[in-house]
Design a protein around this ligand. Structure first.
Ligand code: SF4
Length: 209
């Protein structure tokens, strides 16, 4: 995986899994219209991953970053969400520079395990046990979104609560396949620890990407 990353260190082209204009379905920005750019490549291997199709960047075309920016302009969106895969496997400075030039808000969804690149208006950090985030990204994350699969994940969530800033918004999100069993536990936990909020993947209820 590292080999593919080295090929495009300047970020002039990126492996694009899909692009679409939709509504953010998760976390603090839920309900906001945004242009989504899903990049290929992830070597973290979460057992419950719902984006396995994105793991191998070699399966997705390398697309010129400027042409991605052109499609953002055509869409009319005022914000972009860069997601993956793990988007920080790639250098995102050129993408963000181009988007900021046209006054597009830049949001990223990342596990935080790779060095930060790009300029971001909103960083949503979703830490993963297989590759914990760097302390640098913990300090500047705007939002901490922890996926809850079982009760042991609350302890994991609190560990990162202790590493992010006081301003960082805190979300617990049920792992989709365990939704029915874990929701009562999350509700109970948030009632006892009201600094946390719940994040639901509302795009799945709306049947939109
Ligand atoms: Fe899937 Fe994200 Fe985990 Fe990568 S970090 S395996 S894309 S859930």
């Amino acid at each position: 995986m590292e080999k593919e990353r080295d090929i495009v260190t300047d970020g002039a082209s990126l492996p694009v899994v899909e692009e679409f204009f939709s509504l953010q379905g998760e976390g603090f920005q839920t309900g906001k219209a945004a242009y989504f750019i899903r990049l290929g490549g992830c070597d973290i291997g979460c057992s419950w991953c719902d984006s396995r199709f994105s793991w191998n960047p070699g399966l997705h075309p390398m697309v010129e970053t400027q042409s991605i920016i052109d499609r953002v302009i055509e869409s009319g969106a005022d914000s972009v969400v860069v997601t993956g895969g793990e988007p920080l496997m790639w250098t995102l400075d050129l993408l963000c520079k181009g988007l900021k030039t046209i006054n597009i808000c830049t949001f990223i969804e990342t596990s935080g395990g790779y060095p930060l690149s790009g300029t971001w208006d909103w960083i949503c950090l979703s830490p993963k046990k297989n590759m914990p985030p760097t302390s640098e990204i913990c300090q500047i994350a705007d939002e901490l979104k922890v996926i809850i699969q079982d009760k042991s994940d609350f302890e994991w969530a609190e560990k990162y609560h202790g590493m992010v800033s006081r301003e960082c918004r805190l979300y617990l999100q049920p792992e989709w396949s365990r939704f029915d069993t874990i929701i009562p536990e999350i509700v109970k936990y948030i009632k006892k620890n009201p600094i946390w909020r719940i994040s639901l993947q509302v795009h799945k209820y709306m049947h939109i990407p």
